[in-house]
Ligand binder design. Structure first.
Ligand code: COA
Length: 305
């Protein structure tokens, strides 16, 4: 869906959207296409790229805020689609930080020897919780899925993970209805993303600045040691503020928000996949992944790819 299509739906312009967010287009799931359908495609492509077979997968975690149904979890639905049986499979709900949370949990499973080959996914159909008459939110989001395979090895691939949350900020970004609260809005399909964009913007920039500093200090690394920043794709202005904090030129930052919009938990793995497949990210590169989202939740992962 291009900005031009949105111009026909709400009072907005291509210029405003590009200038304030950097977004030119986003993808919207087809009617009947679910979060799990997209997760399956991402999972199969990740397994193919990693040369891993279905019978090796012994853990499935999906970061999602838009599961297909209340239960079973999207991870269990995916397990069925993939015809995998028995391994633990569960969803993590940390909104836009969902993938960083999922990756962090999978890393702990692998470190403790509880899993050897984890399938970790971020997948969302944000379009289903957007009010398509609200120009302040509908121009921002998109649908998608990205996946990685995390495997036990002799050398650490994940150098460190840092995840946080502060529920104090609930009012700034939420969908204020669900199963046990305002359930009538959930049932009549008017449970939509509500956001005080300006306030979220300020907290996001400050918080992401702090977490990248913390991640570098924890690993005793300097700014020059990072080869690629793979940030959550919400807004190019937030991303460039973080890059500036790292003294990183924008050609060392993976940017996909222009083509994907904000796909919540899918955004970091989609960006990672894009830069791995087009050859920018190479084996041995040091990657800093970071995200910020509803909750608020935030986190960063440092990777030796
Ligand atoms: N088209 C045209 N005008 C729009 C618009 C749109 N799609 N959406 C809002 N506006 C208007 C507002 O009504 C406001 O008009 P006013 O000044 O007459 O009141 C004006 O643009 C400025 O709005 P404001 O919200 O202050 O703009 P902004 O520069 O903060 O940009 C966001 C808005 C949402 C792009 C920006 O705040 C943002 O990206 N926030 C963070 C969002 C985010 O990352 N959320 C997810 C976290 S994971």
């Amino acid at each position: 869906m291009t900005n031009a299509e949105l111009e026909r739906m709400v009072d907005t312009t291509d210029e405003w959207i590009k200038a304030r967010t950097g977004i030119s287009e986003r993808h919207i799931a087809a009617e009947g296409e679910t979060t799990c359908d997209m997760a399956e495609q991402a999972a199969r492509r990740a397994m193919e790229a990693a040369n891993v077979s279905l019978d090796q997968i012994d853990l499935i975690i999906i970061g999602t805020t838009t599961p297909d149904v209340i239960f079973p979890s999207t991870a269990c639905l995916l397990q069925k689609k993939l015809d995998i049986h028995g391994c633990p499979a569960f969803d993590i709900q940390a909104v836009c930080t969902g993938f960083i949370y999922a990756l962090t949990i999978a890393e702990k499973f692998i470190q403790t020897g509880s899993a050897k080959t984890a399938l970790v996914i971020g997948a969302e159909t944000m379009s289903r919780i957007i009010d398509w008459t609200d120009r302040s939110t509908c121009v921002l989001f998109g649908d998608g899925a990205g996946a990685v395979i995390l495997q036990a090895g002799d050398e650490p691939g994940i150098l460190s993970s840092h995840i946080y949350a502060d529920g104090e900020y609930e009012d700034l970004l939420n969908v204020p209805a669900g199963i046990s609260h305002n359930s009538e809005r959930f049932k009549d399909g008017t449970a939509f993303v509500e956001m005080q964009g300006n306030e979220v913007f300020k907290v996001a920039v400050n918080t992401l600045g702090r977490i990248v500093d913390e991640t570098l200090a924890h690993n005793k690394l300097g700014k020059k040691d990072i080869d690629w920043l793979v940030p959550h794709q919400a807004n190019t202005r937030i991303i460039s503020a973080t890059a500036k904090k790292l003294d990183m030129p924008m050609n060392k930052v993976v940017l996909t928000v222009d083509k994907h919009g904000n796909t919540s938990a899918a955004s970091v793995p989609l960006a990672l996949d894009t830069a791995v497949r087009d050859g920018r990210i190479k084996r041995g590169d040091t990657l800093l992944l970071e995200a910020f989202g509803g909750g608020f939740t935030w986190g960063a992962t440092l990777i030796n790819y």
